[in-house]
Ligand binder design. Structure first.
Ligand SMILES: [Zn+2]
Length: 493
């Protein structure tokens, strides 16, 4: 029996993206009729990739232990699948479970959808098996590139980063951009971070492998222009110069920008890019940052017109990234002139000179257009003129929201309409609490093309991630480290 109520309940449970009315999904579900999902169940996997059934078998064993269903591989696909490598179909009924997909990626997404809907069998003291609602789904993503952008601050617990990566995969994002914020433990340049960085090369390799297994590719970021402090500007901290003043020549006075006319800066940046790219497993993208830069001010940099200097800098690094078999990504804001009336109400931080980069940068650089609806976080609009501008200029453009949740669906729809590159959910220093839930859930739905639905799916998914990580520390549960601030119960009188 298909009812509005049952669909909304299932959507609430199932985390990302198969609502009635979405362009890519067909979903029927009877939330009153559950069928077994346990050791008596056979999951038939129809997928041309023989690795898919093996992957599913090992993960069902990990997730459901002794109650894991048996997996049976079938090469031929009987279901009418939507187009695309990531499309999937799944059915559950009394005869068992069937998953159909063209690739392992589709099998992964199908298994995550089912996992989000499976609950423990009722009526016992401890779990004695699992059940799943009777359902039929076909699904495919709205956008092929769906990323979260994660900030590895000194204040962020390493477990939080792993939880965020695993949760993003479970919500069917397929990329995570990792920005180190002074926490990357470079061996080539051990001065380029705060003391005792937790983003060690071994930890990065471990997370990259986890991501690869779960279907989410990690992309490194290095701020190669402004934001060279690797610290938030509002704190006046500098991850390098506060404790190691001898590296001053690499930065502009004040330290916000790199001194890009310095050949030593160019050497350092290329060596860091190479080290991080290799450490991340040579992924197909590398993010160079490049947002919110100030005009260069040192006596050497000002000898060259700013547009020429910056264009040469970014183009050179983009070519270096390309020589490593990857594509550069940059934030968009320096490419739009501050004061240009066309961009009123949109993020635009460039000068007349840096705005010329929109004509001079190589067209394979991916422009990450971050629009946060400042002043009206509830803004919804159908057209995103800055994104349309970059598309017309010939760039691949990604729409990047933050906490403006209501804007996410229309933004993703617009990117899909203009044939844009993808969608990047930025999280900054808000990867906690209700903000984390709102950002992840709204972005996941938007990127999969469905109206947003909220419910218990975030907390269920977050708990699954904790189980997968075998979390044992109170601080790494829930979406906040503390229920009340530490010291709250101390009587200071
Ligand atoms: Zn300089």
């Amino acid at each position: 029996m298909k009812t509005i109520l049952s669909i909304s309940m299932a959507i609430a449970l199932a985390a990302s993206a198969f609502a009635a009315g979405g362009p890519n999904q067909k979903f029927t579900c009877d939330m009153k009729t559950y069928v077994p999902f346990d050791a008596t169940t056979t999951v038939t996997v129809e997928c041309p990739d023989p690795a898919a059934a093996k992957w599913l078998g090992s993960h069902l064993a990990e997730w459901f232990g002794a109650y894991a269903p048996t997996v049976k591989a079938a090469a031929a696909t009987s279901a009418a699948l939507p187009e695309g490598d990531e499309a999937y179909a799944a059915t559950t009924d009394a005869d068992g479970v069937k998953i159909s997909a063209n690739t392992l990626a589709g099998v992964r997404w199908a298994s995550y959808t089912l996992r989000q809907l499976v609950i423990a069998k009722r009526g016992t003291f401890k779990t004695e098996g699992y059940i799943v609602p009777k359902l039929s789904i076909t699904d495919r993503p709205h956008l092929g590139f769906r990323a979260v952008h994660l900030c590895w601050f000194p204040e962020v617990r390493p477990a939080q980063i792993e939880r965020a990566i695993r949760l993003a995969a479970l919500l069917k994002f397929n990329y995570a951009i990792i920005e180190p914020w002074g926490m990357y433990g470079s061996e080539k340049h051990p001065w380029w971070h705060w003391p005792n960085p937790t983003m060690t090369k071994a930890e990065v390799s471990r997370l990259v492998a986890i991501g690869k297994d779960l279907g989410i590719t990690l992309i490194p970021q290095l701020n190669a222009y402004g934001h060279a402090t690797s610290a938030r500007g509002c704190t006046q901290k500098h991850a390098m110069l506060d404790l190691q003043p001898e590296y001053e020549p690499l930065f502009e006075p004040g330290g916000w920008n790199w001194c890009i006319s310095n050949p030593e800066t160019q050497r350092v940046l290329r060596e860091l890019i190479a080290e991080m790219h290799e450490n991340f497993g040579n992924p197909p993208f590398f993010h160079l940052g490049c947002d919110e830069a100030d005009p260069q001010t040192c006596p050497e940099c000002v000898k060259t017109p700013n547009d020429v200097l910056v264009c040469r800098h970014i183009t050179g690094l983009a070519e270096f990234v390309k020589s490593r078999g990857a594509r550069a990504m940059i934030w968009h804001d320096m490419l739009l002139e501050r004061g240009d009336p066309r961009w009123k109400g949109f993020v635009h931080h460039g000068t007349k000179l840096t705005a010329t980069l929109a004509d001079t940068l190589p067209k394979d650089v991916i422009i990450c257009d971050w629009q946060y609806s400042y002043g009206d976080m509830k803004e919804t609009r159908k057209d995103w003129p800055t994104m349309g501008y970059f598309k017309e200029k010939g760039f691949p453009v990604a729409g990047c929201p933050w906490m403006n949740a209501n804007a996410m669906k229309p933004m993703a729809d617009y990117i899909a309409k203009i044939g844009g590159f993808g969608f990047i959910e930025t999280t900054w220093h808000h990867l906690r609490g209700a903000d984390w839930q709102k950002m992840y859930m709204s972005a996941a739905y938007a990127a999969w093309g469905s109206p947003v639905s909220h419910g218990v799916s975030f907390q269920r998914s977050l708990r699954m991630v904790g189980h997968d990580m075998k979390i044992a520390d109170y601080l790494d549960t829930g979406h906040l480290n503390y229920q009340v601030p530490p010291g709250w119960w101390v009587d200071n009188n």
